[in-house]
Design a protein around this ligand. Structure first.
Ligand SMILES: [Zn+2]
Length: 282
């Protein structure tokens, strides 16, 4: 379903995990971001793109390589793909593809396009790298922490900030990569809000916002949770850890596992404990 539509920008929200997909009509191209989840939802996005594109080329941007964000890759054949160098070098591409196959098998889902891990036409290697699409400039910032391959994308001419799996209105940090990197990425997000005229923030899960104080609230929501989690990990405060786990919206075995993974990664980074088990990483 459409969560937001204004001018050239349409944000779709999947029934699953409130995952967003975004379509932006640029002057000389159509930018599609993370088209996802169910076949009917992807068909809705395809139909919209077909109805507006005319003779323009399509560009497909992946905010990161988690399987919910790359599941629609081959639904837009011929689109030029954009992602980070870390996504291009992803060490577990086969695993991501298998997660999609398993998801589809579990729910008897069939798709009219093949499932593959994205191959990139435009690789973002540098923090702050820009890409010109016609007369529109996209600026990318590396955003590690949730995953190593995450990217922030800024479109200054539209005041748009595409955040990937950060800055949700309700979803607390899921650290699959690094807690320290996640903290730095939140600082980077604050710098972006200071240095760019951001008028629309689109997270990977949850609601967009046009309100600047809400944007800063989300940075605080994540940073504050991570700070208290770090304290509790360092002090081995089991009661506090348990309470922090209860802060997740939509409590489930999924959020419980994510919370435990957050703790494992923090223990590894701050207490020098053994490598985290990454088996839950989507
Ligand atoms: Zn996601």
């Amino acid at each position: 379903m459409i969560q937001f539509s204004q001018g050239h920008i349409t944000v779709y929200q999947s029934a699953l995990f409130q995952t967003t997909s975004t379509v932006i009509a640029l002057d000389e191209a159509i930018l599609i971001v993370d088209p996802t989840w169910l076949p009917s939802e992807i068909r809705e996005i395809q139909a919209h793109v077909d109805s507006i594109k005319g003779s323009r080329d399509c560009y497909l941007l992946f905010t990161h390589g988690d399987y919910d964000h790359v599941i629609g890759y081959q639904a837009f054949p011929g689109a030029k793909t954009i992602g980070s160098l870390e996504l291009q070098r992803h060490p577990q591409k086969e695993r991501k593809v298998n997660l999609i196959r398993e998801f589809d098998a579990n729910y008897y889902i069939t798709r009219d396009y093949p499932i593959e891990f994205p191959q990139l036409d435009f690789v973002i290697a540098q923090d702050g790298q820009q890409l010109a699409i016609g007369n529109t400039s996209l600026t990318f910032y590396k955003a590690p922490g949730h995953s190593e391959d995450s990217l922030f994308t800024i479109i200054d001419s539209l005041g748009v900030f595409i955040a990937g799996d950060y800055l949700s209105d309700f979803e607390l940090p899921f650290i699959y990569h690094s807690a320290a990197a996640y903290e730095s990425t939140m600082q980077r997000a604050a710098e972006i809000l200071q240095n760019h005229d951001i008028r629309l923030l689109i997270p990977g899960h949850g609601q967009h916002t046009t309100n600047r104080s809400e944007m800063f609230r989300r940075i605080h929501l994540a940073t504050d949770h991570l700070r208290r989690l770090k304290e509790a990990v360092i002090h081995g405060d089991e009661a506090a850890l348990e309470k922090l786990g209860e802060e997740h919206a939509f409590p489930s075995s999924f959020t419980k596992e994510c919370h435990e993974e957050n703790i494992r990664i923090m223990r590894r980074e701050y207490m020098g404990e053994l490598a985290a088990d990454e088996s839950i990483h989507p």
